[in-house]
Design a protein around this ligand. Structure first.
Ligand SMILES: [Zn+2]
Ligand SMILES: [Zn+2]
Length: 590
């Protein structure tokens, strides 16, 4: 379509489309290659609510998944959309408060209501011809250059598919065309939606504690249950259209752990690029995490030259890497040195090697054997030492953006308090470090229910305060998908698991248990080549490093690089929503 005509039309009707996928579940035997028939079949046999009319018809067998491209259109609401909008608003009364039909009606007249609808032509259900409203946003452009979003909602079954993003984007476009420079909204601080606004580039500019008596002249500022409200603002002049279209890497940033000697790192990077003939589809060595206290000096020199851009892990496409220095608190937990010794040495290293992007403040890691009192003491020590480091090493700069504070705790209360205390100290990036300590038996179980509960509390608290958060040491790529399924989406995470597992002769896959696959351990539960082939096919994985299974069995670095690719695949799945049918099936049967 011609650019110009689209723009002209947009003046009166801002319209955006989102392409995304819905996954339907269908018994395999009922499908054939006839597309029309499949669509007709889907209309009769949906296992999920029909996106069009909302009707649920259970499928008989969940054997096969079919992906249908859908079109979502965002446009100004019409009178005939009102009923659907009102229904959607009522379904979100807890979040939005009570929406009067008269208010919405006025908003339609004044062009202050946008709806997201599914176009009827693309829907497999042929029962109705009326477009279905799946989301709306109610807003206002003021003369003083401020635009305000009053209410925004997306139907539950359509969340996480970019609909909310499209709605906000449409408001931005509309507001800028009406000479607004700023977009504001208020959101109760306990709602996960705060993370959504942060990811869209909104900045939290304050918190409002509503007065008990409502004496507002503005009838739209509804105070929902009188909860404190986070005030978010987006600069519409800075706002770049494309950042909303292609989701920026504001979460799931993968930092590869490279706590190794320089020559091994160099060889591994070279082999990675050779494996892809110099043209890999991704560059995993752009983000690196190391413990500067526990790597040889040559490794620090190598990483420094990568960080400053003097040299590059990507020879033909120089790009300075992003680097995190880890405190090495884990080494204290292992009894390699005392916490005081760690802090003393870490201070020296951080002062001398001040060229990393982010510095993890020294944390006193509780162990599962610690009493509750000891855990409490270690949490306090971590915060006290963090404050000292901010003063010593980072000149007490508030909002420095340079440090990561580690949050430990056994209880939700400890975690929430920890996050708030870091925030008070001016720290805006925190990390969850308590996987190993939340299990009673001392087992490191990433996905124990308690760990997930703590992690959720950390995420809620961090997002409501506009903070970023990191997850340390994810051992298996499948965990990323499980975390995502639990609604946990960190800003960043790191892993050394890919390297370690490869060294121990293990192969990692997204959506399958790891395989022990090395020659030297033939007697100890080693799997056959046939089995490896089967797993590869079942998770639909292939990469240059595991294509020759015999070589893979013989060669450590092939396994290491394959594992690295598996991690990057998992990142793609959780960020792009690229779903392998296999994975979804696992999720369904959980
Ligand atoms: Zn239907
Ligand atoms: Zn592979």
């Amino acid at each position: 379509m011609a650019e110009a005509s689209q723009r002209t039309r947009a003046v009166t009707t801002p319209t955006t489309h989102a392409n995304f996928r819905i996954i339907f579940h269908a018994p395999f035997r009922d499908l054939n290659s006839d597309h029309e028939q499949i669509l007709a079949w889907l209309g009769r046999n949906l296992a999920l609510p029909c996106p069009y009319c909302g009707k649920i018809s259970p499928a008989k067998n969940l054997l096969f998944e079919w992906v249908v491209e859908m079109d979502v259109e965002v446009r100004l609401a019409k009178r005939r959309d009102l009923k659907a909008v009102k229904k959607l608003a009522d379904e979100h009364r807890r979040e939005l408060g009570f929406a009067k039909l008269a208010t919405l009606e006025k908003a339609v007249q004044e062009h202050r209501l946008l709806v997201a609808v599914i176009s009827p032509t693309r829907v497999p259900c042929s029962l109705s011809r009326v477009p279905r409203v799946i989301g709306f946003v109610h807003f206002r452009c003021c003369k003083d250059g401020h635009a305000t979003i009053y209410e925004i909602a997306v139907a539950p079954e359509w969340r996480g598919k970019g609909v909310g993003r499209k709605l906000v984007e449409a408001v931005c476009t509309y507001a800028r065309m009406h000479s607004c420079t700023r977009l504001r909204l208020k959101c109760p601080i306990d709602l996960p939606a705060n993370g959504f606004y942060q990811r869209l580039g909104f900045v939290r500019i304050g918190v409002e504690t509503p007065e008990p008596a409502r004496l507002h002249t503005c009838t739209h500022a509804r105070h929902v249950n009188r909860r404190p409200l986070a005030i978010w603002e987006l600069d519409l002049q800075d706002f770049v259209h494309s950042t909303l279209n292609s989701q920026p890497a504001t979460h799931w940033q993968f930092y590869v752990g490279l706590t190794a000697d320089a020559s091994s790192i160099r060889a591994l990077v070279r082999r990675f690029y050779e494996g892809y003939s110099g043209q890999p589809p991704f560059h995993p060595f752009e983000r690196i995490i190391v413990s500067p206290l526990f790597v040889p000096p040559a490794t620090l020199r190598l990483l420094r030259s990568w960080r400053t851009g003097e040299s590059s892990p990507v020879s033909h496409a120089p790009c300075p890497v992003s680097l995190i220095f880890d405190s090495g608190g884990y080494q204290v937990q292992m009894g390699k040195l005392s916490y005081d010794e760690l802090c003393r040495r870490l201070r020296q290293v951080y002062e001398r090697e001040n060229w990393a992007d982010l510095f993890v403040l020294p944390d006193h890691v509780p162990t599962s054997k610690d009493s509750d009192a000891e855990v409490e003491r270690k949490i306090k020590e971590t915060l006290t030492m963090g404050e000292l480091f901010l003063k010593w090493v980072f000149q007490g700069t508030r909002d420095t953006g340079q440090v990561i504070g580690v949050v430990h705790g056994r209880t939700v209360k400890q975690i929430r308090e920890g996050v708030r205390k870091w925030h008070e100290l001016g720290v805006r990036y925190i990390a969850f470090g308590s996987f190993g300590t939340s299990g009673k038996d001392g087992s490191v179980n990433l996905l124990s229910q308690n760990s997930l509960k703590l992690l959720k509390a950390l995420q809620d608290e961090a997002l409501s305060l506009g903070m970023k958060f990191h997850i340390f040491g994810i051992g298996n790529p499948t965990y990323l998908v499980r975390l995502k399924n639990e609604g946990i989406e960190p800003t960043s995470f790191d892993s050394t698991g890919w390297w370690k597992a490869g060294g121990f002769g293990n192969l990692l896959f997204v959506g399958a248990p790891q395989l022990h696959f090395a020659r030297y351990s033939a007697s100890m539960g080693m799997v056959s080549t046939l089995r490896a082939k089967y797993v590869k096919a079942s998770v639909q994985h292939d990469c240059p490093f595991c294509s020759d299974l015999r070589a893979l069995r013989e060669t450590r670095w092939l396994r290491v690089l394959h594992n690295l690719v598996a991690f990057v695949e998992a990142v793609h799945i959780v960020t792009d929503g690229v779903q392998s049918p296999h994975l979804l099936l696992k999720v369904m049967r959980r």
